[in-house]
Design a protein around this ligand. Structure first.
Ligand code: IMP
Length: 415
């Protein structure tokens, strides 16, 4: 008799507006993973990983590449800027990381063209979303309008040129375009062709062999094209379901979905932000938490943790676990108490509508050396319990600093 199998697959999403410290968590989990797959977005995201005191920022290549035995995949849900990829490959070569037979890129992922980057800036002038201006939106627009160049098209440069000509006749309505695409397409082909394959086959083979496969989302749930704060969103599927469409994996093959959240909230770009704060306190939180965009260096907007928003993210993604990062930042902002947005009052009574509620902080107690839950102050533990109780999802891990080892494991993620 044939039975359904259970696979070793985990999707990691950001449960908020991005920048939750996903890079570090994925890096931590990647040391155990056989394969790390990125399934959406492009060079708009930036993942910062510190190893041996060195800072690495990855925008396209999965940060799992730093672990020598981990296979890294960039799946078809992504949009690729070949120049950014070229730089990342060069950096990896400089630090002695071998990518041969370890990095695979989908031939159905789309190519970001120079006109996409120009159009992104132009569209920002017309309606300010606060995009990263990396050409993401226009590249996905071309994909949906069926005039996008897939990386596999670069195997036939004439074909790619013909598609570019069609796309350019569209974009010429918005921007000045008087240059050819030949040199750019040739350069793109040189960079990407050695890595191209049908990645969905590769990923499904690994899943069938019960390999540990980690799917890494870019951006965040509230920036998702379908479920985020539209129109202030990115142009891809940043939710867990995006792993299925973006990588070609059936929903029944996903075992767990982990949502990462900071212990407070940040947002870059425009759009609603219910718990936002400003003034001196915001500046302090921004400084202490180093809340500046890793790609654009823009100061991030900051605010308190929003539990109803987190609960929404838990439902949309089907979260089976939470990971809470940057608890240490709340020690260092110099406040005895701070706020959360909740649907409940301090006694657990249900409110008519969510409200900000004062919670006991842990003053300036140093969390950075904590290795287990027992090392955390009582009020930090209470804070974590409050999150679990309201969101109704168990916390699997907490993070108390930017280094790889400043992680408190609570439950085993792979089991
Ligand atoms: P785009 O993805 O560049 O089109 O930008 C759309 C929105 O998503 C803007 O508000 C950006 O600031 C935001 N965004 C894009 N990538 C990231 C990210 O990696 N972290 C946080 N916000 C992002």
């Amino acid at each position: 008799m044939i039975r359904n199998k259970i696979y070793n697959t985990i999707v990691i999403v950001d449960a908020s507006f991005g920048d939750s410290g996903k890079g570090k968590i994925v890096d931590y989990l990647a040391s155990d993973a056989d394969m790390v797959v990125k399934y959406n977005g492009g060079p708009n995201s930036g993942r910062t990983v510190y190893t041996n005191g060195k800072k690495h920022i990855f925008r396209l290549i999965p940060s799992g590449i730093l672990h020598p035995s981990t296979i890294c995949v960039m799946a078809q849900g992504m949009v690729i800027d070949p120049l950014v990829l070229k730089n990342e490959l060069q950096t990896l070569a400089e630090i002695g990381i071998n990518v041969k037979d370890r990095l695979f890129i989908s031939d159905a992922a789309h190519l970001i063209m120079p006109y996409h980057i120009l159009a992104d800036s132009k569209q920002e002038e017309q309606a300010a979303i606060g995009t990263t201006k990396k050409g993401i939106g226009p590249a996905y627009e071309d994909k949906v309008a069926r005039r996008g160049i897939r990386l596999g098209d670069l195997r036939n440069l004439q074909k790619a040129e013909n598609i570019a000509a069609r796309a350019k006749s569209f974009w010429r309505n918005f921007i000045d375009l008087d240059y050819g695409s030949e040199a750019y397409l040739t350069m793109s082909a040189d960079v990407v062709l050695p890595f191209l394959t049908d990645t969905s086959i590769l990923i499904n083979q690994a899943i069938n062999l019960k390999k540990k496969v980690l799917f890494e989302s870019a951006q965040g749930t509230l920036l998702d094209i379908d479920h985020g704060t539209y129109p202030y969103v990115t142009s891809s599927s940043a939710v867990a379901g995006g792993a299925c469409t973006g990588a070609g994996v059936g929903p029944t093959r996903i075992k767990k979905v982990m949502g990462i959240t900071k212990a407070y909230t940040t947002r870059v770009g425009a759009g609603p932000f219910d718990t936002e704060i400003d003034g001196i306190l915001a500046e302090r939180l921004r400084e202490v938490g180093n809340e500046y965009g890793s790609v654009t260096k823009r100061p991030r907007r900051v605010g308190w943790l929003d539990l109803p928003a987190l609960k929404y993210a838990a439902e949309i993604n089907g979260l089976t676990g939470l990971i809470v990062t940057k608890l240490d930042t709340l020690s260092n902002i110099g406040m005895k108490n701070f706020y959360i947005r909740s649907e409940y009052d301090a006694d657990g009574g249900k409110l008519d509508s969510p409200r900000l509620r004062l919670v006991d902080g842990w003053d300036q107690q140093d969390l950075s050396q904590a290795k287990t839950l027992a090392d955390l102050p009582d009020n930090t533990l209470r804070y974590l319990e409050m999150i679990e109780d309201e969101v109704e999802v168990p916390i699997y891990m907490a993070s108390v600093g930017s280094d790889r080892n400043q992680i408190i494991p609570i439950h085993n993620i792979w089991e």
